[in-house]
Design a protein around this ligand. Structure first.
Ligand code: TRP
Length: 344
């Protein structure tokens, strides 16, 4: 593979994007952010992490929400210790080569492949269930977003793609598109693979279902200490009285405790449940445990949100690092498809 490696090593490339819709919550932290930051600290991979702001347009046409979410997500990752020196941290929209590649790949993507995308099919099914036209409310952005995601990945020769289960199909589509392209033009793209971490917890929300924005049961990651305490008090429990033994495995309070606790703290709390700890006390312990882990990042988060220029500077440096890869890569791809200077 011909590529300019300035700024980067030959380590495997780990790449993932975060769509800039919504405010990060504890479930995002435990399930995605914390493990990704930890993985990015390893020196035997090259990590690429980006704000997928053009992807946000698929879900939202509200400028203020997209903007606010970009700020919050950037501040969240930085506050939690993502090191922009060690990782290539950038905003998708700052790297225009991705959008150019997206068109090139669109011309190599079978429409039938996109027809099979789960996210698109789910929208069609929802329309049919409502007796609406099958295409009602479906934009070309939603339909072809796996192509943009392929461009995100292939542009950087991303190899390991940590994603949630719902995104596995998209990574496989990116691989499929890369194979078709390589078959025709030669080996230009690395073939990406989804990486699913089975050890990370899927956190339960206030009502005991999976914590998710769509269930409206989340605990925001950096709400104030007071609000955090309030949220934790809202976690649904059963009606067992203090002194009555409680089943740790059937409790959201314990499930969240477990995601933040050491093995020892976990075992200890399990015993306290069996011994009949009061819900109020268990929740107070949970608040203290979470708060201890988040108090400092919360402070850094507030500082970052108050200083957007500092975040801009970090993202500008990230875009430079990213474009050191994408500018030569796109030149290579354009030349491969026959778009090159006259006579070259
Ligand atoms: N579509 C992904 C999601 O909704 C986010 C994303 C965009 C992404 N581009 C990516 C993830 C490239 C991995 C690689 O979660």
């Amino acid at each position: 593979m011909t590529e300019n490696h300035s700024n980067h090593t030959d380590n495997p490339r780990v790449l993932t994007g975060i769509t800039t819709t919504g405010t990060p919550h504890l479930g995002n932290y435990v399930g995605a952010i914390r493990p990704a930051i930890k993985a990015s600290q390893s020196s035997d991979v090259d990590s690429f992490l980006f704000l997928a702001d053009y992807h946000a347009m698929i879900k939202s046409h509200e400028p203020e929400k997209i903007h606010q979410s970009s700020m919050e997500i950037a501040a969240t990752w930085l506050a939690l210790g993502l090191d922009p020196e060690q990782v290539t941290f950038y905003r998708q929209s700052d790297v225009p080569e991705i959008m150019e590649l997206s068109w090139i790949l669109t011309c190599w993507t079978a429409k039938g492949l996109m027809n099979r995308a789960h996210a698109y099919k789910a929208s069609v099914r929802a329309n049919e269930a409502n007796n609406d036209d099958a295409d009602f409310g479906i934009t070309m952005g939603l339909f072809s977003y796996p192509v943009l995601m392929a461009a995100d990945i292939l542009m950087f020769n991303g190899q390991q793609i940590p994603v949630g289960r719902d995104q596995i199909q998209h990574v496989e589509m990116a691989r499929d598109i890369a194979q078709r392209f390589n078959h025709h033009y030669g080996p230009h793209f690395a073939l990406p693979e989804a990486v699913i971490d089975d050890n990370v917890a899927v956190l339960q929300g206030l009502d005991g279902r999976k914590m998710s924005k769509s269930y409206n049961n989340t605990i925001p990651l950096f709400e104030t200490e007071k609000k955090l305490k309030k949220s934790i008090n809202k976690i649904k429990t059963n009606l067992l009285e203090p002194g009555e033994p409680k089943d740790a495995d059937d409790s959201t309070v314990f499930q969240i405790w477990h995601a933040f606790a050491s093995a020892e703290q976990s075992a200890d709390m399990r015993q306290q449940f069996a011994g009949g700890i009061a819900w109020g006390e268990a929740k107070q312990c949970l608040f203290e445990l979470i708060n201890q882990e988040l108090a400092q990042p919360r402070q850094r988060y507030a500082e970052l949100i108050a200083n957007p220029a500092a975040m801009e500077a970090i993202l500008a440096a990230g875009a430079d690092k990213a474009r050191a890869v994408t500018v030569p890569k796109l030149a290579e791809i354009r030349s491969a498809i026959g778009i090159r200077p006259m006579g070259a």
